[in-house]
Design a protein around this ligand. Structure first.
Ligand code: COA
Ligand code: AMP
Length: 629
C-alpha cells in the first residue's frame, strides 16, 4: 500500500485503523474501542484499556529476547564520556529507581518534575515515573528559576529529580542553585528532591530533603503498574501567548500507539535499528523521539550531550552517526545551519563513513530550502522536513518514508499523516483555494497521542484551540496547500516565536521587561536570524522623566530576561524608543515592526494611529543593524 491508500484507509475507517495500530502494544487489558467521544469536543483514545508505558518501552523487549540489545547509547563529547545500556540493564535500573521513588511515597497520579541535562539518567527518571503510574513533567535545563517555579506551582509535584549541573561549551551551569531558587519562589513545596551528582559540579545536599540519586537507585525493584488508557503519562509545558506556559497533557495509551506507529511508517526503522534525535529531553522531540518512540519500538536511542558545532567541531554529528550506526537521524534546521556555517563545503562529512545513514528528518521550525539542499548534497540521502507541535507530540505532516518516499518539495513538510484532516481556513472559517494562505486547522477529533486538554486549564484549552473554528483544532500556524495537497507552513498566527528550534513566547518576555522599574511600555518581536531562524528583539519606552542612560537600562533588561526566563530565550538586543506604533484602538503593530526589521515591504496598516512613529522605529532598528534600506 502506498501513502494514498494508507491515508484513505484511515479516512474510511479511523476506528479500525487505530485499533489495528493498537495491536502492536502490550495491554494488560485491551481497550474495547479506540475513540471515546462522549465528552466531545474533548476526545480521548483507548480510555478503557489498561497498559503501562514503561512496560512497553523496556520490560517487554527483555521478555522477548532483546535484553542484550543496547537500548541507550550515551555519547557526550562535552565530557568525553560514553556509555551503553542494554535493555536488561535498563530494566534493572529503572525498576530500582521506581522502587526508590515508591518507597519515598510517590504513587499513581503524583507529579514529578525532572530538571536534568542530557544524561541517560534523565530517561531512567522518566521511565521510572511512568512505571509506577506517576506523571512526569520535564523542564528544559536552559530555563531559569522563575520559569521552573511557574511549572512547580502549576504541576504541584511531590518530588523533583534534578541534575546537580548541566555542561555547556563555555561554562558549567549549576542546576542545584536554580532548583533551590525555584523552590523558594514557588508557593507549592515538593516533599523532597533527588539529585544526580555530576562529577564536574556536585551539589551540597540538604540532609533529609535532597536525596542522592544513588540512594534511590539502590532500592529494591518494583513491577510496572497498569494504568487506564487515559491516565496522563506526562505533562509538558510549552509557550503560549502569555508568560503562563500551557501544560500539554499526554495520555498513556494513545501516546504508545501513535509513537509506535510512526517509528516504521515515518522514520522507517525496524526494531534493533539505531535511531537518533539530536534534541533535548526537555522538548517534545526529546520526549517522543529520544525516549518513548524508539524504546517502545525496540530501537537503540542515542542520548547526545553536545552541540552541533564546537564539541569539538562541525563533524560531531557525522562522527556519532558513523560510530554508532545511526539509520535515521532527526534534528532541527538551526543545527544544520550552524554546521553549514562552519563547514560550507561539507569537508567534515567526507571524513566519516556514513553508509549506515538512510534518512534525515528536520522539524521544530521552517526548514529553509538552502539548508535542505546543503544537507542533500553532502549527505546524499533524503532530507525530510516534517511539521509538528508540542501539542500533537508527533508529526501532523510528513513524508512517510516507511510507507513510500514521496517526492520531496523544498519548503514543504509534505502531506498530512493518517489521523490528521488538515484544512486551510480564512478568517470566517471557510476553506480557501489551493495556493492561498490561511490559518491551518485540523478537523476534530485529533488522533491518538495528541493533547486531550491542558493541565488544570480546560477553559484555556477550549479558548486557545477550539473556539476560533468550531469543530476544528486551531494550530496557530498559517500556511497553504498546493494542488497536490503538499502543505507549506509559513508563520505563527500568535505571539509565539521560534528561536533555534525552541518555542518561546514574546508575551512572556514582555511581561518580564515590563517589570523593570524604568520601563513604561514595551514590545518584543521575533526578527529573522540567519542561524537561529528568529531572534527576540525588545522595544522599550521609558517612564516619563527617566533620566537613566539608555545603554544601562537595555543591559539591565537583557539580564532580567536571562535571569527570569533563562539563557534559552537568547534575548540579547533591545532599543529605547519614545513611542510604539499602534492602531487607533491601541493594539501594538508587531507584524509591521517585524516587516520593517527584516527589510520586507509592508502595507501601511489602515488603522495606524500615527504613521510617523514607523520612521522612528526604522531609525532605532537601523542602529542595531536591522531595517537595512
Ligand atoms: N542548560 C543550560 N543552558 C542552556 C541549555 C541547557 N540545557 N541549553 C542551552 N543553554 C544556553 C546556551 O548555553 C546559550 O547560552 P549563552 O547565551 O550563554 O550562549 C543559550 O542557552 C542559548 O542556547 P542555544 O539556543 O542552544 O544556542 P547556542 O548558541 O548554544 O547554540 C545551536 C546554537 C544552533 C547550535 C543550538 O541552538 C542547537 O543545537 N539547536 C538545536 C535545536 C534543537 O535541538 N531544538 C529542539 C527541537 S527539535
Ligand atoms: P514546538 O511546540 O516547540 O514543537 O513548536 C511548534 C511550532 O514550531 C509549530 O507550531 C510551528 O510554528 C513550528 N514548526 C515545527 N515544525 C515545523 C516545520 N517543519 N515547518 C515549519 N514550522 C515548524
Amino acid at each position: 500500500m502506498g501513502y494514498k491508500d494508507v491515508y484513505a484507509r484511515w479516512q474510511a475507517d479511523p476506528e479500525g485503523f487505530w485499533m489495528d495500530a493498537a495491536q502492536a502494544i502490550d495491554w494488560d487489558k485491551p481497550p474495547s474501542k479506540a475513540l471515546f467521544d462522549d465528552n466531545a469536543p474533548i476526545y480521548e483514545w483507548f480510555s478503557d484499556g489498561m497498559v503501562n508505558t514503561c512496560y512497553n518501552a523496556v520490560d517487554r523487549h527483555v521478555e522477548r529476547g532483546r535484553g542484550d540489545q543496547v537500548a541507550i547509547i550515551y555519547d557526550s563529547p562535552i565530557t568525553g564520556r560514553q556509555q551503553k545500556i542494554t535493555y536488561a540493564e535498563l530494566q534493572d535500573r529503572v525498576a530500582r529507581f521506581a522502587g526508590g521513588l515508591a518507597a519515598r511515597g510517590i504513587a499513581k497520579g503524583d507529579r514529578v518534575i525532572i530538571y536534568m541535562p542530557m544524561v541517560p539518567e534523565a530517561l531512567i527518571a522518566m521511565l521510572a515515573v511512568t512505571r509506577i503510574g506517576a506523571i512526569h513533567s520535564v523542564v528544559f535545563g536552559g530555563f531559569a528559576s522563575n520559569e521552573l517555579a511557574v511549572r512547580i506551582d502549576d504541576a504541584m509535584p511531590k518530588a523533583i529529580i534534578a541534575g546537580s549541573a548541566g555542561i555547556e561549551p563555555n561554562r558549567i551551569v549549576p542546576y542545584k542553585p536554580l532548583l533551590d531558587g525555584a523552590i523558594d519562589i514557588a508557593k507549592h513545596k515538593p516533599d523532597f528532591t533527588v539529585i544526580f551528582q555530576r562529577e564536574e559540579k556536585p551539589a551540597d545536599l540538604k540532609p533529609g530533603y535532597d536525596i542522592d540519586w544513588a540512594e534511590i537507585a539502590a532500592a529494591d525493584p518494583v513491577a510496572c503498574l497498569p494504568v487506564e488508557g487515559n491516565h496522563p503519562c506526562y505533562v509538558l509545558y510549552t509557550s503560549g501567548t502569555t508568560g503562563q506556559p500551557k501544560g500539554v497533557i499526554r495520555h498513556t495509551a494513545g501516546h504508545l500507539v501513535a509513537l509506535n506507529w510512526t517509528m516504521k511508517n515515518i522514520y522507517n526503522v525496524d526494531p534493533g535499528d539505531v535511531f537518533w534525535a539530536a534534541s533535548d529531553v526537555g522538548w517534545v522531540v526529546g520526549h517522543s523521539y529520544i525516549t518513548y518512540g524508539p524504546l517502545v519500538h525496540g530501537n537503540t536511542t542515542i542520548v547526545f550531550e553536545g552541540k552541533p558545532v564546537g564539541t569539538p567541531d562541525a563533524g560531531t554529528f557525522w562522527r556519532v552517526i558513523s560510530e554508532h550506526g545511526v539509520k535515521s537521524f532527526f534534528t532541527a534546521p538551526t543545527a544544520f545551519r550552524a554546521v553549514k556555517r562552519e563547514d560550507p563545503t561539507g569537508e567534515f562529512v567526507t571524513k566519516y563513513d556514513l553508509s549506515c545513514l538512510k534518512t534525515v528528518y528536520l522539524a521544530g521550525e521552517r526548514a529553509d530550502p538552502d539548508t535542505i539542499v546543503w544537507a542533500q548534497n553532502h549527505l546524499k540521502v533524503p532530507v525530510i522536513d516534517h511539521w509538528w507541535q508540542t501539542e500533537t507530540g508527533y508529526s501532523i505532516a510528513a513524508n512517510p518514508v516507511g510507507i513510500e518516499l514521496l517526492p520531496v518539495k523544498l519548503g514543504s513538510p509534505s502531506v498530512p499523516m493518517p489521523g490528521y484532516d488538515i484544512h486551510i481556513l480564512d478568517e470566517g472559517g471557510h476553506e480557501v483555494k489551493a495556493g492561498t494562505l490561511g490559518a491551518i486547522a485540523i478537523k476534530l477529533p485529533l488522533p491518538p497521542g495528541t493533547l486531550p486538554t491542558l493541565w488544570n486549564a480546560e477553559d484555556r484549552y477550549r479558548k486557545s484551540y477550539l473556539t476560533t473554528f468550531p469543530g476544528y483544532y486551531e494550530t496557530g500556524d498559517a500556511g497553504y496547500k498546493d494542488e497536490e495537497g503538499y502543505l507549506y507552513i509559513m508563520a505563527r498566527t500568535d505571539d509565539v516565536i521560534n528561536v533555534a528550534g525552541h518555542r518561546l513566547s514574546t508575551g512572556g518576555m514582555e511581561e518580564v521587561l515590563a517589570s523593570h522599574p524604568d520601563v513604561a511600555e514595551c514590545a518584543v518581536i521575533g526578527v529573522t536570524d540567519e542561524l537561529k531562524g528568529q531572534l527576540p528583539l525588545g522595544f522599550l519606552c521609558l517612564n516619563a522623566g527617566a533620566t537613566r542612560d539608555h545603554k544601562e537600562v537595555v543591559a539591565e533588561c537583557v539580564k532580567l530576561v536571562r535571569d527570569k526566563i533563562g539563557p534559552v530565550a537568547a534575548f540579547k538586543a533591545a532599543v529605547v524608543v519614545d513611542r510604539l506604533p499602534k492602531t487607533r484602538s491601541g493594539k501594538i503593530l508587531r507584524g509591521t515592526m517585524v516587516s520593517i526589521a527584516d527589510g520586507n515591504a509592508f502595507k501601511m496598516p489602515a488603522t495606524i494611529d500615527d504613521p510617523q512613529i514607523l520612521d522612528e522605529i526604522t531609525e532605532a532598528l537601523q542602529t542595531l543593524g536591522y531595517a537595512k534600506p
